[in-house]
Write a protein that binds this ligand. Structure first.
Ligand code: OKP
Ligand code: ZN
Length: 335
């Protein structure tokens, strides 16, 4: 794959014992050294005009000044230093690069993966939260629309609900948002009945699973609901808000997706983008075990290098089946 990466993203210093640390990117880069076919690509900062299309101008200015004044604890777990502004614009710029370089040959070795931090999916229009300041995938989707895409789908497989991305596009029909997340975790949004409003009605899908959901459950959500809905929506671009904190050994979730599972989910995304003739790009969100994060990203990469991951042969759990029935009751799913 082509990995978008910028050193300045390491300068966003969250302090001792913060799970969202620069070591995450260091660990990923160290692991990718062992792989064949890894290329690193630089990218420009996100254009502030585009950032202001998804965030309020007042919030953007407040965040800029907050960093200029040295930063601090924006909230209990969202920390900024002076360099966070530069890192956040770089991180959003990497996501824009991923959107722009997502070619229609979705199986290509050049498929883009934006390795930025801070992450973005919790950042709402007028606030930072959950380690996120600028909604990277949101800015990337907006940039793609500005450059002529008719519509963009964002599938968020991070274990947390991307409340920010949902919020930004909730009343819009040009961006489809789908998420699988763990019930009971931060930020507590993402109920199944949150399906969009106005023009955005039907363009927002939440699959909220109980702790313990595994690869088979994730694949069932993709195969029964998310892939058919996105195929029906037929976007020009598919962005994956790719967090790896649903991994079975991630320290902050109780989900049980395996490393191999991320490979199978990646294949599903390739097939889906192919069906839609859409570009495909990945944007990093969370993932807090340094080994599980690096192994999982390596797995995503290897799928584009020809590796064929093996799907589990167990079926969907009873808990997950109930959830998928509830999602279907909202009118979503294989038609
Ligand atoms: C960011 B991403 C409550 C704990 C809050 C915030 C988690 C943010 C996750 N005190 N933790 O989605 O991986
Ligand atoms: Zn997360």
């Amino acid at each position: 794959m082509n990995f978008g990466y910028r050193e300045v993203c390491l300068d966003h210093d969250t302090g001792e014992r913060h799970p969202e640390s620069p070591d995450r990117l260091r660990a990923v880069r160290r692991a990718l050294k062992e792989c064949h076919g890894v290329d690193y690509v630089d990218a420009a900062d996100a254009d502030l005009d585009v950032v202001r299309e998804v965030h309020d101008a007042d919030y953007v200015e407040e965040f800029r000044e907050y960093c200029e004044d040295g930063g601090g604890h924006w909230d209990a777990d969202t920390v900024a230093v002076e360099a966070t502004w530069d890192a956040a614009l770089a991180s959003a710029g990497l996501a824009v690069w991923a959107a722009e370089s997502a070619g229609v040959d979705v199986r290509a070795r050049e498929t883009p993966f934006a390795l930025g931090r801070p992450p973005g999916h919790h950042a709402v229009g007028d606030d930072a939260m959950g380690f996120c300041f600028i909604n990277n995938a949101g800015v990337a989707a907006q940039a793609a629309l500005n450059q002529g895409a008719d519509s963009v789908a964002i599938f968020d497989w991070d274990v947390h609900h991307g409340n920010g991305t949902q919020d930004i596009f909730y009343d819009r029909s040009d961006v489809f948002y789908a998420s699988i997340h763990e019930d009971g975790l931060f930020p507590g949004t993402g109920d199944i009945d949150e399906t969009g409003v106005g023009d955005g009605e039907g363009a927002n899908v939440n699959v909220v699973y109980q702790p313990g959901a595994d690869t088979a459950d994730y694949l069932a959500a993709i195969d029964e609901v998310i892939a058919p809905e996105i195929a029906d929506y037929d976007p020009d671009l598919l962005l994956v808000s790719a967090g790896f904190d649903a991994h079975e050994h991630d320290p902050i979730s109780r989900m049980r997706v395996s490393t191999e599972g991320y490979g199978v989910m990646t294949e599903r995304m390739v097939d889906l983008a192919d069906d839609c003739d859409a570009g495909l790009g990945f944007v990093l969100e969370g993932g807090y075990g340094l080994d599980t994060l690096s192994d999982s990203i390596k797995m995503v990469h290897e799928v584009f290098d020809g590796y064929q991951p093996v799907a589990p042969d167990d079926g969907v759990s009873e808990d997950a089946r109930e959830v998928l029935d509830e999602v279907a009751a909202q009118g979503f799913g294989s038609k």
